[in-house]
Each structure stands twice: as C-alpha cells, then as structure tokens.
Design a protein around this ligand. Structure first.
Ligand code: NPQ
Ligand code: MG
Length: 371
C-alpha cells in the first residue's frame, strides 16, 4: 500500500497513582500516537517513549522529530510498502527503535484492518486470553507497599513485580513474602540501578524464591550480567539490555540472562519482538511481555503478542485501570487474572472519538511528498 500521510497526535493521560521506578516518579503521561492513513485503511501506533531519556536514549519530542523529519518521509516515498518492509526501509537511520516500532505498528494495523486479520492471528497467537501480572512502584513506606500489593492480589493479578533500587530491596521483598506467603509468584525489577559490586546484596534476594531479577545492571553491562548470574541463584531477566534479536542471541550465548522481557517498542517493533520470541522458544528460554504504561492501543497489541506460545510467564500486561481512570479505547478489564486477546481485525480496538478528543493536546499532519 501507499501512505497518504501520517498524523502525530499527543495525548495527556493522568495516572491513577504516582508510579515510581529507580529512575523517575511519574504522575502523568504525555503520549505520542501515530495514525497512518492509506487509501485502503487507517492504522494506529503508540510510541512508548517517556518525556525524558531515562529508560533509554529515546524521548517523546525526539521521537516525534525523527519521525517527521526522517522516518515518515522514507516510508511515504515507498509505493509498495507493507509492514514487513518498514524496518528494512528505516534501517539506515540509526537507533530510535521506539519511534520505528510505533510506525511499524500503525502500518501493520492498517494492513491487517484492510485484510480483515487480527494482530493475534497474524503474529501467531495460540491463546484467547493472556495471564497478567502487575508492576508495583517504589513507595514511601513498606506499609503503603503492602496495601498496594493486597489490592492487586484482590483484583486477581497472577504475579507481582516489585520495583527495587539500592535501599529499597531486601526489606520490601521480605515484607511482601511474610504478608502474602510463598505461593505468590513474585519478581523484582531494578531498572539498571545496581552495579556488579552489589552482587552480595542481590544474592540476599535468593532466600525469597523470586521468579527472576529484572535488569539489575546497566543496559550495556551484558558481560557483567553473565558474571552476576554466577553469583546469584535467582534467574536474571533482561529488559533494557535487549534491543534486538541479535542482542538476545548474544545474551543467551554468554549466559547473561535465562529469561527475556520482550517489549516491542524497545526492540523496534512487533516483528522483531516475534523474532526474539522465536529465538528464545527454540532455545528453551521463557519470555514475557513487558509494559510501558500503554493506552488501550499499545495494550491491545501487547496482549496479542503475549498470546504466542513462548510467552509462558505472566506479563506486565495489566488492565487499563492499573494506570488510567479512563482509557482512550474500551478499557481492558482483568478477568480471572487474564486479559482477553482482541479478535477483531488489526488491533481489534479503536480510540473512542470523544475520549480521544478530550485528551488530545496537539495534532500534526505529515503529508506524503507529492510523487
Ligand atoms: C519496566 N515498566 O519494565 C518498565 C519501566 C517503566 C511497567 O514496570 C512512563 C513510561 C513511565 C514508561 C516507568 C513497568 C515508565 C515507563 C517505568 C516504563 O522496566
Ligand atoms: Mg523492566
């Protein structure tokens, strides 16, 4: 198909509660959505960048700029574009996986809506619903944390992930285990807040029988993660370190992790995400779907991905209300700890026009150059 133009839309989404990680406390999200228009159909993409380059190098204003100046013109110049050609077409522009992923998602959505095929069916989903976990931020006190975890367990989440950082690690994990018992699947995510010299602290987590420790060290510390894996019994899972299937292959080859968090934005799109799934499945490595506080659009695509056979661990694919009082799509609602995989063509969900209008702060139309 041929792209007519792309709309860049900014939406302002207040969070239901502050969400604190080792790098930042968020109260609100300023999200960049893309709408790809073709003669056959329209497609939506969601860019998962944060406002500041704290999770990775990318940030939302930078993503909008690289899209309007470089990525969109490269895509609109191609008459025979399809989703599989997006990444190769954009490959000459270095980096910017989240910006590229948003555009690929939108092109794939348009293509699948036109073809009458759902994301799940296209990607290879084998389940109608996916098992869900929840990511719980750093809190001001252990008491506050226990209340939050109690609430999520009551809602039915099937596993709890605690955000940790130096000084907020052993005590909160111990408190959650003591209060909720050994049967709750529990894991931690450091968002790169430790160094290899903290190995003895991290080894103290072994006694709590965690599913995994996610990204304890810096993104570039692949070798150090392999060294750490020999000093702790808890499985190491990588998030920030894995930016492509190649990265995943290297990480597995050197023993830097034994579980992978797959986030399509971080790896440049759903197609690369599926390649990482395939690689891990072939190597007997468990994967799960991460989250970036997506709206219902990104959530729909994540849930479809998480329905692939190798996604054997519950993901950070939480219900809409975990983050937003009012989503921009029909909300995703937790049922018996699961979310339903959309069945309709493309993402299977669309923005609610009134809701979208309410939260939109800016729109910009990037027209294809006249051929
Ligand atoms: C993670 N997500 O797994 C990320 C980190 C993260 C659900 O824990 C705004 C946008 C704030 C994206 C905070 C979860 C964010 C963000 C944290 C992503 O590492
Ligand atoms: Mg993470």
């Amino acid at each position: 198909m041929k792209i007519t133009g792309v709309e860049l839309r900014r939406v302002q989404m207040p969070l239901v509660a502050p969400f604190r990680t080792s790098f930042k406390e968020e109260l609100h999200r300023d999200i960049l959505l893309v709408r790809v228009v073709t003669p056959e159909a329209e497609g939506w993409g969601e860019c998962v960048t944060m406002e500041s380059p704290l999770y990775s190098e990318e940030y939302t204003d930078g993503a909008a700029e690289v899209m309007r100046r470089f990525l969109i013109p490269a895509l609109t110049a191609r008459p025979g574009l399809d989703a599989n050609r997006v990444a190769p077409t954009l490959a000459k522009f270095k980096g910017h996986p989240m910006a590229k992923a948003a555009l690929e998602m939108a092109v794939l959505d348009a293509e699948l809506r036109a073809a009458g095929v759902s994301f799940g069916r296209y990607l290879g989903a084998v389940r109608d619903e996916v098992r869900c976990g929840v990511s719980v931020g750093i809190m001001n006190s252990v008491g506050e944390l226990l209340d939050a975890v109690a609430g999520y367990l009551d809602e039915g989440y099937l596993r709890i992930k605690l955000k940790i950082q130096p000084g907020w690690d052993i005590a909160p994990v111990r408190a959650v285990r003591e209060r909720f018992g050994d049967d709750v699947p529990l894991q931690v995510d450091a968002n790169a807040a430790y160094a290899l010299t903290d190995a003895r602290t991290l080894a103290r987590l072994d006694e709590f029988d965690l599913e995994l420790i996610e990204q304890p060290l810096a993104a570039g510390d692949l070798y150090q993660h392999a060294a750490l894996a020999k000093q702790v019994r808890t499985p190491i899972c990588l998030d920030e370190s894995i930016k492509s299937a190649e990265d995943a292959a290297l990480a597995l080859a050197i023993g830097a992790c034994s579980i992978v968090n797959i986030k399509p934005g971080r790896v440049g799109g759903y197609l690369e995400a599926r390649r990482i799934h395939d690689l891990c499945q072939a190597n007997g490595i468990a994967v799960w779907c991460g989250g970036m506080l997506e709206t219902g659009l990104g959530r729909a695509a994540n849930v479809a991905l998480a329905a692939l056979p190798g996604f054997t661990l519950p993901g950070d694919t939480s219900a809409s209300r975990r983050y937003y009082a009012a989503d921009i799509t029909e909300p995703f609602v937790l049922r018996d700890g699961t979310l339903a995989v959309p069945r309709e063509p493309g993402l299977g969900v669309s923005p609610l026009a009134d809701r979208l209008a309410e939260v939109t702060s800016d729109t910009e139309w990037v027209r294809a150059d006249a051929a």
